[in-house]
Design a protein around this ligand. Structure first.
Ligand code: KIV
Ligand code: ZN
Length: 513
């Protein structure tokens, strides 16, 4: 019998602390649903005290998610813990995760507290958290640079106070696999009642060692790994969930643990998070990169054709890569469309939502005769990112692009119910379109990112565009998909503007830890 390795996903909290990766409440719910479908044990939904937006998103996730535990982060203060407790009060399974720094540099320079005061505060924090939940996690922030004797003392005290999971974060990604494993081993040996709690690891990737450190800690006895989809997270990111899960599964001969993750949901989760955050996945990224299962060399191709395992240690389909399966065409009916969506695990909330998605499918099938699973995903995402009440809406766009001439765009938009038009030149057709939109909207926002990704192969593929805009410290991502990339770009730009518009007056939700 192998031990269970708890997979604690922090894409929605630490992952969201990546610059520009902030998500709306609806986007967070979509990610949380996908994490639940993937059978993640714990979803860290956010940091409730950071902003009212964070609080609301955690509350909505707590009300939606039934199978995974929903966790809310809090500093070791009574107010933070109260907000965390309130945010998850309706969750079927709930956890409060409270933390305080334990390294000499953090205690002295950041907290300006003595080790004794830190220990006392940690114990109080566990008591406050236990008033709301039985499942309490304690993190010794910057444990990777903390004194081992002090770690033993503080962990012993928080176990006595009622903490059930103890986390040993390498907050600044400074540790090395053998050293980090040794820290875990010492803690497990020296802390009284260490066997009564789950030991957890949370590694940052500053030296590219987050996954290696997490895995060596598992070999030393850790039974929870904190990780994120695509390794998203503060600075260089966190340990990547897909790499941790597939390492444990592929090297079952080494690891005395198993996860309960449905690995076929990994690639859909990766694509969803990448699309929502605008963080592309590098092609050579392990497991979820476009080339992770591609064989270029003739010798390798020959080997794989003769016997797959000559050059493949995992099967692409086991992590959710599908073969761009041709599923539907312009003659497909509503029922075929509905059942294919069901096979893909997409449930539309109402008949109206299904009818509107089907109408968009028909439009797409007119332009693009072969519709693949990826197209359906994009179509549903496009539908999901469009707010019910779009303040800015694209009615018409025309672009002229000619050799030797400056591209010129004309757009007609509906702005709060009124039709407005503008035109502009630009250095390219997309630039001209964005400038024309800006002439109407005058948003005063700054474009931080523009990226296009072809959803499938072929020149008739849909382009999926992400636009990141910033205004007065608030950063939003907009998405759009279309076979015409200028239209996809205009949709993405307007989607971002709609998000900026709907959040006017709200506090900046990027209040990370
Ligand atoms: O990196 C870190 O130390 C954290 C803690 C809040 C767990 O994110
Ligand atoms: Zn972190």
């Amino acid at each position: 019998m192998k031990d269970h390795l708890v997979i604690f996903d922090t894409t929605l909290r630490d992952g969201e602390q990546s610059p520009g990766a902030s998500m709306t409440k609806e986007e967070k719910i979509r990610v949380a649903r996908q994490l639940e479908k993937m059978r993640v044990d714990v979803i860290e939904a956010g940091f409730a005290a950071a902003s009212p937006g964070d609080f609301e998103a955690i509350r909505a996730i707590a009300e939606t998610i039934k199978e995974s535990t929903v966790c809310s982060l809090a500093r070791a203060s009574e107010k933070d813990i109260e907000r965390a407790g309130e945010s998850i009060q309706h969750a079927a399974r709930k956890r409060i995760h409270t933390f305080i720094a334990t390294s000499p540099i953090h205690m002295e320079k950041k907290l300006r507290m003595s080790p004794g005061q830190v220990l006392e505060q940690a114990v109080k924090a566990i008591g406050w958290a236990r008033q709301y939940v039985d499942d309490v996690e304690f993190s010794a922030e910057d444990a990777g640079r903390s004194d081992i004797d002090f770690l033993c003392r503080i962990f012993e005290a928080v176990i006595k106070a009622g903490a059930t999971t103890l986390n040993v974060p390498d907050t600044v990604g400074y540790n090395f696999p053998t050293q980090y494993a040794d820290t875990l081993r010492q803690l497990l040996e020296r802390v009284p009642n260490a066997d009564k709690v789950i030991w957890s690891v949370h590694c940052h990737n500053d030296l590219g060692l987050a996954v290696a450190n997490s895995l060596s800690a598992v070999l030393a006895g850790a039974r929870q790994v904190e990780c994120t989809i695509n390794g998203l997270g503060e600075r260089a990111g966190n340990a990547s969930l897909e790499e941790v899960v597939m390492a444990v599964r592929t090297r079952a001969d080494i690891f005395p643990v198993e996860t309960r993750i449905d690995t076929t949901q990994i690639v859909p989760a990766s694509k969803l998070v990448s699309q929502i955050t605008g963080y592309p996945v590098q092609p050579n990224k392990a497991i979820v990169g476009a080339n992770a299962f591609a064989h270029e060399s003739g010798i390798h191709q020959d080997g794989v054709l003769k016997h797959r395992e000559t050059y493949e240690i995992m099967r692409a389909e086991d992590v959710g890569w599908s073969q761009n399966k041709l599923v539907l065409g312009k003659h497909s009916g509503r029922n075929a469309f509905k059942s294919r969506l069901a096979e893909l695990g997409v449930v539309l909330e109402s008949e109206d939502a299904l009818n509107s998605a089907f109408a968009r499918f028909k439009e797409l099938a007119d332009k693009k005769h072969e519709i693949f699973d990826e197209d359906l995903h994009a179509l549903i995402s496009d539908e999901a990112v469009t707010p019910d009440q779009e303040y800015y809406k694209l009615n018409y766009s025309r672009v002229c692009s000619e050799t030797g001439e400056l591209p010129h765009a004309r757009v007609t938009l509906t702005v709060g119910g009124q039709e407005r038009a503008a035109e502009s030149d630009g250095s390219g057709p997309v630039d001209a379109t964005f400038k024309a939109i800006e002439k109407v909207v005058e948003s005063g926002s700054e474009l931080l990112l523009y990226s296009v990704n072809a959803i499938t192969t072929g020149t008739d593929a849909q382009g999926e565009v992400t636009v990141r805009l910033s205004r007065r410290g608030r950063v939003v991502n907009g998405q759009g998909a279309d076979t015409d990339i200028v239209i996809a770009s205009a949709k993405a730009y307007l989607n971002a503007l709609n998000k900026l518009h709907s959040s006017q007056g709200k506090v900046n939700p990027q209040g990370g830890v």
